[in-house]
Write a protein that binds this ligand. Structure first.
Ligand code: G3H
Ligand code: ZN
Length: 287
């Protein structure tokens, strides 16, 4: 059964580790993340962007697939199905579809509007036991059509949103979606520290988890980050492994073009990437 992300993230704050959010795109992706989490005995959050939801034909299909798969795999670890960077309309669609966690990304709105919309969604989510993530500041780069300027969050605005009763808060701290440029200035720990001082034990979320050096990840966890989002890194692992399989001509021999064979190296590569991240985030054995 899907669970809200609340309890797993509160435990992560107490235990000084982070739970990974891994974005899913299809059946193979979902199965890879669920199997990795079960093997590592780690709680996990399956992230679904609006674009990925559309690709999988809709949020109801996604929720039904995940629930059925968990049942047939016999998943025992806590799993939250989470809308990633949701719009106001998309948030309502996912609540209706049976998601157990929502991110309403109101960072593109003026703070008053972000506060008003987040507040309204918290009330709806609370009634249904669904966790809610909000965003302040913005994450640089682009993810599935969501483009951010990358401005660091104002800690006082973070407190304003935190005080509404959100389950978790994503704040822009110099993090970027996708690959980091060579001249990247790094995470702003000064901003993160100021946010944590004002928001106490509220689980903080680090987006753009791909390519952040390990020491920065660990420092961010020390400063209250309890959820780390990873998307691009699984895509790179999948693409790399698939490319190698095809370049080696394996798709030609022994019916290697059978999609179940063709997609297997990529599927296995995602499992390895997810397991590595779980080790790094410290969530192994925490289920
Ligand atoms: O919302 C999802 C993430 O922030 C993932 O970022 O693609 O850079 O790993 P990433
Ligand atoms: Zn993100």
């Amino acid at each position: 059964m899907l669970v809200s992300a609340k309890e797993m993230l509160e435990k992560a704050v107490e235990g000084h580790y982070a739970v990974g959010q891994f974005n899913i795109n299809n059946l193979e992706w979902t199965k890879a993340v669920l199997n990795a989490a079960e093997e590592m005995k780690s709680p996990v959050i399956l992230g679904v962007s609006e674009g990925a939801g559309k690709y999988m034909t809709g949020f109801k299909t996604v929720a039904a697939m995940v629930e059925a798969m968990m049942g047939e795999l016999g998943t025992t670890v806590p799993v939250a199905l989470h809308l990633d960077h949701g719009t106001y309309e998309g948030s309502y669609k996912c609540i209706e579809a049976g998601f157990s966690s929502i991110m309403f990304d109101g960072s593109k709105y003026p703070i008053e509007e972000n506060v008003a919309k987040t507040k309204e969604l918290i009330e709806v989510c609370n009634k249904k036991g669904i966790s809610l993530e909000a965003e302040v500041g913005s994450i640089g780069g682009e993810e599935d059509g969501v483009i951010g300027q990358g401005e660091c969050a104002d800690p006082n605005e973070c407190k304003q949103i935190a005080d509404l009763g959100v389950t978790m808060l994503a704040a822009g701290i110099g993090n970027i979606h996708g690959k980091y440029p060579a001249n990247w200035a790094g995470l702003s720990f000064e901003t993160l520290d100021a946010i944590q001082k004002l928001t106490g034990k509220l689980p903080l979320v680090l987006h753009g988890g791909t390519g952040i050096p390990d020491d920065m990840i660990k420092k961010a966890i020390d400063l209250g980050v309890a959820k780390i989002n990873v998307n691009t890194e699984c895509q790179l692992s999948f693409a790399d492994a698939t490319r190698k399989y095809i370049e080696a001509g394996k798709d030609q021999e022994g019916k290697g073009y059978d999609p179940r064979k063709l997609l297997k190296p990529g599927y296995e590569a995602i499992i390895e990437t997810v397991k590595e991240k779980m080790e790094l985030f410290g969530s192994v054995g925490k289920a």
